[in-house]
Design a protein around this ligand. Sequence first.
Ligand code: CUA
Length: 179
Amino acid sequence: MSAILPPAERLWWKHPLDRVEAVWIIISFVWCMVMFFMMVGWHIYGKQNLATETYKVEPAKFAERAQAVVDKYTVRTELEQKIPVVAPPEGADVYMIGRLWNWWPILELEKGKTYKLHLTSMDYNHGFSLQPTNINIQVVPGYEHVIKVTPNESGTFSVVCNEYCGIGHHEMVGRIYVK
Ligand code: CUA
C-alpha cells in the first residue's frame, strides 16, 4: 500500500494496530509527557524564571510614587543630566522608569538585601536587560512589573534597553550599583 493511492480497503481504520505503529505512538506519548512535565519542573526549579507580578497602572500615578521614593532616598546625582542616585533601605519599594531614551533613576543597592523593584514605561515598549547578568524583562507602558530583587554580586550593572524604541534606542542605558 502506498500513501499516494487510496487504501484498497476503505475501512482501513478498523485494521488491528501494527506493533511498530503502537511502539511509535507510545514513544511519542511518553516524550510528550516528559516535555510537558519538564515545562512545569522548569518553572519551579529553573533559575531563569523571575517571579514577576504585573499590574495595570496609570503612568502618572506610577511617576508620582517613583518621585516620592526618589525624593526620600536620593544620595547624590550623577552625569551631566543630574540623574538621582537612589539608595533605599532594605525591603523598600524602588522604582525605575523607562522612557525615550533613558532609565531613571540610578539605583544603589546592597548585596544580600532584598528590594521590591517596580518597573514601567512612560511611552513605548522598552526592554530591561540587566548586564552582565542575563536578566530580561519587557517593560510595557500602562503596566507595572514588580520584581523581588536580591543582588548576590557587587559591582556596577548596566540596564540596556533591548527593545527597539526609536532613534535613541542605543543610548538608552541605565545603571544599578551594588555595594
Ligand atoms: Cu528603549 Cu530601546
